[in-house]
Design a protein around this ligand. Sequence first.
Ligand SMILES: Nc1ncnc2c1ncn2[C@@H]1O[C@H](COP(=O)(O)OP(=O)(O)O)[C@@H](O)[C@H]1O
Ligand SMILES: [Mg+2]
Length: 247
Amino acid sequence: MATETGTVPVEPSANDVVLDVRDLRKTFGSGAATVVAVDGIDLTVHRGETIIISGPSGAGKTTLVTLLGGILTPTSGTVCIGGRDVGAMSAGESAEVRRSKVGFVFQTFGLLDALTARENVEVALNLVGKGGASARRQAESLLTRLGMEQRLHAKPPTLSGGERQRVAIARALMNDPELILADEPTANLDSKQGRQVADILRTLADTYEVAVVIVSHDQRIYDIADRLLWLEDGHLTLPPSSSLEDR
Ligand SMILES: Nc1ncnc2c1ncn2[C@@H]1O[C@H](COP(=O)(O)OP(=O)(O)O)[C@@H](O)[C@H]1O
Ligand SMILES: [Mg+2]
């Protein structure tokens, strides 16, 4: 749990649990072609915590983060968000939990090139039922909070990678989520912009008590994590010491 300098660290309590995962498993295919992408994962993440899950390519990172957000259905096991078992819900209910509690950030940003930065955020607000001048103001305020006030009217192709990712983060924040899930958010960025994006994600955890779960093999950003975990062959462990050498 992140604490400010000078304050006594407080043990996280059960009330602070945002994400609770039990014996999560996901297999693809069948018979000889079966791939076990996620193989029995337990994980608890609290408010204000930043977790990075690293591991080699093909380790199951994208599968895991997609399961955590309830986008992909597990083969077995449970994912609870805000104390509610997403797998036990109807499709409509789990979509509502995703909309109201979870913000997603992807490696490739996922922005619409024909729209301005502000419009990209505004459209996402429209999708959750907010419209008009108030959606516009909220989009501007989210982007301003992320240092994008000079670029509100720029379209993604004219933005740097780091700026695009900041628009994507602003969009992920539209519903004041409890949980941010990010899949390789810095992989397409140079060191400086990757650092800025990582620092923004960390600040969200510190300032707004969001739980931030990043899957990433980018060791340049490991230092922002309260906990660094390692995913390999579908299992979650502590990172091997060799992966930490260049920190
Ligand atoms: N939709 C899918 N169908 C079949 N196999 C998949 C699918 N998605 C992922 N996999 C397999 O699951 C494993 C983990 O993939 P992935 O989660 O993308 O790993 P990572 O993000 O760590 O690179 C890989 O062997 C991959 O080929
Ligand atoms: Mg991946």
